[in-house]
Design a protein around this ligand. Sequence first.
Ligand code: ACM
Length: 559
Amino acid sequence: MKNCAIALLLFSFLQPCLAQDISIIPLPSKITTEKGSFIINNKTQIVLAGSGLEESANFLNDYLHQFFGMQLKVVKKAENKNNIVLNYDRIDHPIAGAYHMHVNKDAIFISGDNAAGTFYGIQTLIQLLPTAKSSAISVPFVSIEDQPRFAYRGMHLDVGRHFFPVDYIKKYINFIAMHKMNTFQWHLTEDQGWRIEIKKYPKLTAIGGFRNGTIVGRFPGKTNDGIRYGGFYTQEEIKEVVKYASERFVTVIPEIELPGHASAAIAAYPQLSCFPDSSTKHPLKSPWAGSTDGKQVQQTWGVFEDVFAPTDYTFHFLQDVLDEVLALFPSKYIHIGGDECPKAAWKKSAFCQQLIKDNNLKDEHGLQSYFIQKIEKYLNGKGRQIIGWDEILEGGLAPNAAVMSWRGEQGGIAAAKQKHVVIMTPTSGVYFDYTQTKHEDSVTIGGYLTVQKVYAYEPIPKELTKEEEQYIIGAQANLWTEYIANTKKLEYMLFPRMTALSEVLWSGKEQKDWTNFEKRLQQQFKRYEFWNWNYSKAVLDPTSKLADNASENIVFKNK
Ligand code: ACM
């Protein structure tokens, strides 16, 4: 590479030995190339021509340091040629993040419509750099115009079933940022673990943060490992993550599940249940470790009947919890779950039945709606909006709620027709816990979702009118971690499907072209290797395909 660089300086016509193929994902709206390359070396300076662009400069410098052992001087004014100039350019794209880039022999110019745009220009620049260590880094002469298609470009991570430490959450945020995505939904509470420190209720993490064992193998499990498992994030750690994310233009949306998926909270504070004195039930076919007396954190996967009771005690508790959550997360949206809440306990509870009568509710679905609306009112009063999974449509949508459509697209279509904001996240297009190949080497939840299928996913359903389409603000992939216990597996499930989704969410619909994407994916594989990110090679294996109807057997995933 070094010899090549010298050759380039002497004989510019030799530049093809240095210039990388231009292979950017997500695909920019316009790329024009010219012969020649700019060389980034130790003398190159980053010029902050616009104010407030330090985050982009820092990100680039960290990247160059980590992968090329290089640290560039950051200056306010160009001292000579050989610069990377960060600035603004008025593009007036309705969605934040548009940018222009121009590379010539003197400089690399990156100009964003706003600070996010400049940051995304840096991500494009990173994809123009070599995928091997080098002391002189060549960047091909290129002009790029680029802008995002959707405002909401999200990734979710379930840290309830399996816990991932703060350092890895930061890496996950880098995955998001480097794909020009902008939202991280942090699924913080589950039946199998409560993961956020709440100072007023310390037992939530002391008791609810740990389980006495975990089933081994696919549900219902062959055995139970009997290993105490858990962990949680302190409030200081959460602040650190939120700040780290904001420096990368990623909004963190916390998810506090209610009224279902609440076993861990109930184990900590049994009064949250309709039946505080009844011991926790679990499917008898799932092996259990330790005591079964009293309320317990769940050790197996699925949906459990012990859910929050709609009492004053519970609403005070949830308001207290949310007060602490709001102080940590500045996001406009707070995700309140709302999915998979069995109604059996509410059916049996005399208190719930009386509440249904007193409030003229139709049934237990009406009670779920009553529950969500009370929480929505509280959060709206604090200036925030709720997002819920599509079950919140049942019994009537809370007036200002945004809906995440996961059981297919019907929930999203219905919500958009009612003029509610929608984020599409259907199992059929974006559930990254699903199987990718016939040859999985470890257990997955089932389903079948190839990278081709993710790439083909279109977030705007045909059923909507132009007016209704506006309510679909984007899409998100979900990563549930029942069968994802380590980071190697996590990355294997993410990549390359997340890379495909980034293009669905960023690039123009008319640009979609699988053959072209597949070509660019080859370069992306080299990047994953250079970055030490694990990934699935199923797309390279012609024998990996499951029968086409494999997914038809899976209607909802067995969460
Ligand atoms: C979900 O997968 N239960 C939202």
